[in-house]
Design a protein. Structure first.
Length: 356
């Protein structure tokens, strides 16, 4: 039986974790995502489901606790905001290298450095290009509503376990703090140890007589063996690119120009469509839902039919590079954005489009 609740985006993340059968949350408070940990503490899910909620000593401790929980096949997650996620990069690289499923949420604030607590989208490069070392990828989901903040927790875990890879939910201070109605589902039971051992034979659940030792590590001092790991990872990433591109389109059928925006910027751009159409400008919008794998195919198909594309981001121009690659530079692509925590307005975006 589903329920309708009024909650913040951050609270929806926490509620999604509790209800999807998450085993453990390890995090550290930082604005603008502190309500996630606060909501979990208030709900005390350990009494309801056995879910462990722990405020760690730091973000470095948090991500390494996630590493440990993921190694035994548990649904574990952490959340933070930009500077905190920067501290997690080494751990995320370890988790990717060890081929473990885990969920990390970044409610982005302005940077660089400690920056500001205001919303931003300046962590795009860090999330989709690999903020840590090595040739690895994070599957990256970009919610544009409080409902998606809730829904993407379960989706994130599903993708993490399907590909044995860490998943990032890349949100921002607007989506994290805004309050909207959310449809929440029933509580799902946590997986039993028997289910994990049977379904995920790679997990370090104790050595039965039927198999050898499971060794969870991202360290391999033999170059040839490490190359084999990398080849396997790249094959997995290519499969993910083919099957997991997610997106949403708005009024693209007759569009002469296209806006491309994700998250809160995409919501602002929906108003731009309304203003532009009222002035006779045939404008469409493509909203990437997965930032990696990036929805290059649909952008290529639609983009090549237009006169130009405007990439709208709350940063100095990051996703615009992937947009240009998607259309193979055959169509003019420009960037418009505000940064440092300043939120662009529909009027500013429309003016930028007119000056294309």
């Amino acid at each position: 039986m589903k329920e309708l609740k009024l909650m913040k985006g951050n609270e929806a993340i926490a509620e999604g974790a509790i209800r999807c059968g998450c085993d453990g949350y390890f995090g550290y408070p930082i604005t603008p995502q502190s309500e996630i940990l606060e909501h979990l503490m208030l709900e005390n899910p350990y009494e309801k489901t056995g879910m462990v909620v722990l405020q760690a000593e730091s973000e470095v401790a948090s991500i390494n606790m996630v590493y440990g929980g993921a190694s035994v096949g548990k649904k574990v997650m952490t959340t933070s905001s930009s500077p905190g996620v920067s501290l997690m990069q080494e751990g995320l690289s370890y988790i990717a290298g060890a081929e473990l499923p885990a969920l990390c949420v970044n409610v982005v604030r302005g940077g660089p450095g400690l920056g500001t607590i205001q919303p931003s989208q300046a962590d795009y490069f860090q999330s989709v290009k690999g903020g840590g070392h090595g040739d690895y990828r994070l599957i990256t989901l970009a919610p544009a509503s409080v409902q998606e903040m809730y829904d993407f927790v379960e989706l994130g875990f599903d993708l993490a376990f399907k590909y044995r890879n860490p998943v990032m939910i890349l949100s921002d201070g607007i989506i994290g703090q805004v309050m909207e109605k959310v449809e929440v589902g029933e509580h799902k039971p946590r997986w039993t140890d028997e289910y994990i051992a049977k379904t995920y034979p790679w997990a370090a659940t104790g050595k039965p007589k039927t198999r050898g030792h499971n060794i969870i590590t991202s360290l391999n001092l033999q170059s040839a063996e490490q190359e084999k790991l990398n080849i396997r990872l790249q094959a997995k990433y290519k499969e993910c690119e083919v099957t997991e591109q997610r997106y949403e389109t708005f009024q693209c059928e007759d569009a002469e120009y296209i806006l491309i925006a994700y998250g809160s910027s995409a919501r602002i751009c929906q108003k731009v469509l309304e203003l532009a159409r009222a002035e006779g400008i045939k404008l469409g919008l493509i909203r990437p839902i997965t930032l990696w794998p990036f929805p290059s195919k649909i952008i290529h198909e639609i983009g090549l039919k237009t006169k130009g594309i405007l990439s709208v981001e709350m940063n100095a121009g990051q996703m615009v590079e992937d947009v240009k690659l998607a259309v193979e530079c055959k169509v003019p692509v420009k960037h418009f954005g505000r940064f440092g925590g300043v939120i662009h307005t529909p009027g500013e975006i429309l003016e930028a489009l007119k000056n294309f």
